[in-house]
Ligand binder design. Structure first.
Ligand code: HSE
Length: 436
């Protein structure tokens, strides 16, 4: 059988990794796919001309539209990232009857509904394994491996850059900006690194996971997002004293009132496996009603780990080229006509435990003022520690761990605590998940 011709858009970190792995493992890949796979046409504005495997690409130009309009190309692999011109290129490829493989989480999370509708109409596949958690085959696991289950919840460390930063801060006491620069140099960070540290990238990935887990449309705008920029080293060490590690978690959970969809720094008991996922590594915990909890771990960013997922998608598409479009694995796991419109739960109604750091004047009665506010709002305290006074010796940090409470009640409690004369500045709040 003749090899399948693919068109590649972008030869950056992931594009370069895809060329390297596709050429290095060509023989094994052909044995798996049933046909050879060649890059017949690539487009990139700028790329490393010394990249191994470039000589195997028949044509490299800087004209991305030349690739998506090339009649010989059967599968377009979009590795440019961002929205413009990626969205138009993907839609043009679909309109031209080409299958698409993409690593573009921002594009899928925000425009996936229209992209999949167009693909469905044209009978083509849009595959996006590399969009979530880099090399971990989490889309396939959720969409296919766990297809028998009602998914109850999923929680993941799904941004390698922020996990790398939190790990280096904790283990080596390194400075935030310094670690971020290293993550950028290693090719982990997004073109706009605020996406990593403000929780936007994790929110893109969580949007996709939630859709596949629960059969709901992609709803990126409904995700609650809070990044890691406000995390200070003292929180990391106080949390450790209490037996917790702080991770940026993406959490989605089906409740009777709607679906939780949130990204925020989270205290996780240190004995949980996921609490020990460090560096650029990602992990996703999925709880299904039949299978119980399952954990997926691997590199969440980087050239070859992400290329591993891109190429797995290419192989899947090649294998499916001859199947009836109606029988292919649905893009969002559930048949398009069977999607659910269950609501996303407003953040105010979400229940979690909390870590609070309060800076209070060191005098009798202050702690009882704080605990009375919590008690009046029905918030139960699980642990409380008073630390050594700050350097100016007038204020003491008080650390509290609470049991589960609604976000609304905690917001009210924090507002009242901050209004106390004996309390200075803002209350530092980090949510707690036991993931039991
Ligand atoms: N910037 C992303 C991360 C890359 O740090 O996880 C992989 O999506």
């Amino acid at each position: 059988m003749k090899p399948v011709k693919i068109g590649l858009l972008g030869l950056g970190t992931v594009g370069g990794g895809t060329v390297s792995v596709l050429t290095r493992n060509a023989e094994e890949i052909a044995r798996r796919a049933g046909r050879g796979i060649i890059i017949s046409h690539a487009a990139a504005k700028d790329y490393n001309r010394g990249l191994k495997g470039l000589d195997q690409i028949a044509r490299i130009t800087d004209d991305a539209y030349g690739v998506v309009n090339d009649p010989e190309v059967e599968i377009v692999v979009e590795l440019i990232g961002g929205y413009k011109p990626a969205l138009d290129l993907v839609m043009t490829a679909i309109a031209n009857g080409k299958h698409v493989v993409t690593a573009n989480k921002a594009l899928i999370a925000t425009h996936g509904n229209e992209i999949f509708a167009a693909a469905q109409k044209q009978g083509v596949t849009v595959a996006f394994e590399a969009a979530v958690a880099g090399g971990i085959p989490i889309i396939k696991a959720l969409r296919e491996g766990l297809a028998a289950n009602q998914i109850e919840w999923a929680a993941g460390i799904i941004n390698g850059t922020s996990n790398f930063i939190l790990t280096e801060m904790k283990d080596k006491g390194r400075d935030f900006d310094d670690v971020l620069k290293e993550a950028q140099a290693r090719g982990y960070a997004e073109a706009d690194p605020t996406f990593d540290i403000e929780g936007v990238d994790a929110a893109h990935k969580l949007t996709i996971l939630a859709s596949i887990a629960f059969g709901i449309p992609l709803q990126f705008d409904k995700v609650y997002k809070e990044g890691i920029t406000a995390i200070e080293r003292q929180d990391v060490s106080y949390a450790a004293e209490l037996g917790y590690n702080i991770k940026l978690l993406g959490i989605t959970r089906k409740t009777a009132n709607g679906i939780e969809l949130r990204v925020h720094p989270t205290l996780i008991p240190e004995h949980r496996l996921i609490a020990n996922v460090d560096g650029v590594m990602n992990a996703v915990l999925v709880k299904g009603d039949a299978v119980g909890p399952t954990l997926y771990y691997g590199a969440g960013a980087g050239a070859e780990p992400t290329a591993s997922a891109v190429i797995a998608d290419i192989i899947d598409v090649v294998r499916a080229l001859t199947t009836d479009p109606g029988n292919r694995v649905p893009h969002l796991a559930f048949q398009p006509k069977s999607m659910s419109n269950i609501a996303i739960l407003p953040m105010d109604e979400v229940q979690t435990g909390y870590y609070l750091r309060v800076h209070a004047v060191d005098k009798p009665g202050v702690l009882s003022d704080v605990t009375t506010i919590l008690g009046d709002l029905g918030i139960s305290i699980e642990a409380i520690i008073q630390k050594q006074p700050d350097e100016d010796a007038t204020l003491v940090p008080v650390i509290l761990l609470t049991q589960k409470v609604t976000e609304k009640n905690m917001n009210e409690a924090i507002r009242k605590i901050e209004a106390l004369d004996s309390v200075s500045g803002k209350v530092r709040r980090i949510r707690v998940e036991t993931l039991a």
